[in-house]
Design a protein around this ligand. Sequence first.
Ligand SMILES: [Zn+2]
Length: 201
Amino acid sequence: MSAKAEYRRVLSRLAQKELVPFLRIIGETISKRTISKRYRDKQLAEIQKLAQQIKMKRVRRNVSKRNEIRTVSFRIGTRPASKTEILLKRFGRRRSPQHLVYVMWDKNGDCLKVGRSYRGIGRVTGQKDTYYFRAARRIRIYSPKRKGKRYLPMLECILTHIYEPKKNTIKPSKRKYSRECPFHRINNLLEREIQKRFPAK
Ligand SMILES: [Zn+2]
């Protein structure tokens, strides 16, 4: 089933509950009268996930359009010091974009971290003693083609939704920024609509 069809299916399942009082009149009962909060929130989480899937292609295309994207892969066993050297050679000095968002992956292709820098590649190489940097086998640098500084938190937020880093300790949900992130915007809209239409007990 396509994500769009699935999205509709979850919504009509929720809407079924609205029929309950009408069915009661003719002596039919199909389920509990009220929607439990747990049930509703589960459905909400599901449609949020589906909505993200549906919008993913468009958001990714936009990210590709707005940024210069460069990826560096390291060979097995590359030491942190060598990684730093490679990164500096590629992005250091004058060639370094000042504003950037970086994504790190490990040897299994699992995303380790998404972060942003306002002072070039130094923010990335400065982590050479951390677990992330040691485990990183691939690092991708996104540098906005224009409007860098203000766009950066949103870009970081978007990439966190896309790559779902396992060990990110910082949740990208600061109100100030999240309103601009398309995924956060969708999530908030859905949450508001569902809570309004399906008040739970
Ligand atoms: Zn977001």
